[in-house]
Design a protein around this ligand. Sequence first.
Ligand SMILES: N[C@@H](CCC(=O)N[C@@H](CS)C(=O)NCC(=O)O)C(=O)O
Length: 199
Amino acid sequence: MEYKKIPYQGQLLNFSDGEHKTPEFVSISPRARVPVLCNGDFSLYESIAILQYLEAKFPKPALFGQDPEETGLIWQSIQETSNYIEGPVFVFSRGIFFDRVEEQRTDIIAARQGLESEMERIDNNLSDTGFLYGESLSAADICLYPLLQFMGRAANKNNSTDVCGKLQSFPDHFANIASWNLMIEALPGYERTYPPLWK
Ligand SMILES: N[C@@H](CCC(=O)N[C@@H](CS)C(=O)NCC(=O)O)C(=O)O
């Protein structure tokens, strides 16, 4: 919404106080998860569905490509993120944040190794412009970036190289991803999208 300059009112929920589990919130998000977008009486959950809805309502600047090939490649990248990156990021990051490293060590290390391969693939395939696809930011970048931030925060919380490998200070190991991070962080409005408790 910041990128498309769509006016909105944000509402942060406090998970520790269970604000995402109130009947009011669950009535618009049955799995008690964020994000949820509300527009009048209409509400929508699942972040990629929200992105597609916003694209249909506010087509410019386009986030899903300028031609059928670019649209296909952007969706390919989104699907790769959903199918091969999101799950391992949650296993790795939740394991560390919820102090379950000892009991889930094998799963966490397997997730980390899978993520290192994915990071290597992404690092080698970033386009000449520095974005995942095309001339400018796309939905592919928006889907991947927060997951890598979540993963990086977890890796920096755990000091063991055995557990975190190259995910610890990952920009030092993946130079193209490091430049991509900087490009995203320089976008207008970026600061307003960063969770305050992550700062
Ligand atoms: N596939 C969903 C994932 C939503 C999700 O897992 N949200 C997390 C925060 S990133 C959440 O609300 N967790 C609440 C909880 O675990 O209780 C999407 O992309 O919207």
